[in-house]
Design a binder for this molecule. Structure first.
Ligand code: ATP
Length: 307
């Protein structure tokens, strides 16, 4: 198998990774490396890797870097896309963490070289792809730059999460949400569309998502007042489809059209704004190297693939 490591330049000085690469070469793996200088380079490296006949790229970086690689791969003909392994080198690494990819460079590199690849879905919003999650409204605001104290609060269970949503999201995002089999007008404090499960440094906004079920998990938190916090907490814990405030469902597509302010969306760690979004899933579009125990695979969740 021909391999190439595509590394975000932010991590090029990482000693553990350098040592792991030399070790892999000593073990007989022919592993060359491309290092990015700026945004767009990783996408171009993917195109170059395809041209050079590389069968498996290994992407070293955070969610944004993986997203760039996925974007490059999706631009190639489906049958010709190289497989992708991952070395988590970002700040949050939400996709890799959610998938159980080892966080140490040497273990991650070993998995990326020796592991089996599996088919995974790729989400799409308008012309942008995402592998992990599109989180809008409050969800877009939870990032790795969120102050540590608030982060700690957010990790403290549904109560503090709901409290923070109420506190931070004074302006809900009004619009029309439509999906396969339903539609409703919402005033969203949170609109999370997950292929994976977690965003913003381990917030599980779509905790039932699988990356190979051909479906997106959608979690909506509709506007609520302070006195409704207990009810919202209960609904966040239950995650039923038809709560008064919280709606959680699976769908192959979803669209949202704002009637007021554009919706801020955090797409695999990068910010965007949309007035109208059409979101769909490209089923089994990429082959990614994941641990056999990855809990986002339907084979490990017991969830049936509906197709
Ligand atoms: N050599 C480089 N130096 C600095 N930034 C770079 C370099 N190469 C690419 N980038 C930028 O890195 C960004 C992607 O970073 P990435 O998301 O992988 O890391 P992160 O933000 O630390 O991770 P995470 O999203 O997991 O927290 C892109 O926006 C790209 O413009």
């Amino acid at each position: 198998m021909t391999l190439r490591l595509l590394l975000n330049g932010k991590s090029s000085g990482n000693e553990e990774l350098r040592a792991a690469i030399f070790e892999a070469r000593d073990a007989g793996h022919d592993l060359d490396v491309r290092v990015s200088w700026e945004g767009g380079d990783i996408e171009q490296f993917v195109i170059d890797a395809h041209r050079d006949g590389i069968q498996r790229i290994i992407v070293g970086g955070g969610d944004g870097t993986i997203n760039e690689a996925a974007t490059g791969l999706m631009a190639l003909p489906a049958a010709e896309r190289p497989e992708m392994g991952i070395i988590p080198m970002g700040t949050a690494n939400d996709f890799a963490t959610g998938c159980g990819v080892p966080l140490t460079p040497d273990e991650a590199l070993m998995l990326a070289i020796r592991g089996q690849s599996v088919d995974v879905d790729v989400g799409q919003i308008n012309d942008k792809v995402f592998l992990n999650m599109a989180s809008g409204g409050f969800g877009a605001k939870i990032t790795t730059s969120t102050p540590p104290l608030l982060k700690k609060m957010l990790g403290g269970g549904a109560y503090s999460l709901v409290g923070a949503i109420r506190f931070w999201s004074f302006e809900p995002y009004a619009g029309r949400l439509e999906w396969d089999g339903g539609a409703r007008d919402i005033r969203a404090m949170v609109l999370a569309i997950g292929n994976g499960r977690q965003a913003g440094g381990s917030q599980e906004l779509t905790p039932r998502a699988s990356i190979d079920d051909g479906l997106l998990d959608v979690m909506v938190v509709d506007a609520f007042g302070y006195r409704n916090i207990p009810a919202v907490v209960r609904e966040m814990e239950a995650l039923g489809p038809h709560g008064r405030f919280v709606h959680y469902f699976k769908t192959p597509w979803v669209s949202f059209k704002t009637t007021a302010n554009p919706l801020p969306i955090n797409l695999d760690g990068e910010f965007h704004e949309f007035e109208a979004l059409e979101c769909s899933v490209n089923k089994a579009a990429l082959r990614i190297v994941l641990p056999e125990t990855c809990r986002l695979l339907t084979s490990n969740t017991g969830q049936e693939d509906p197709s």
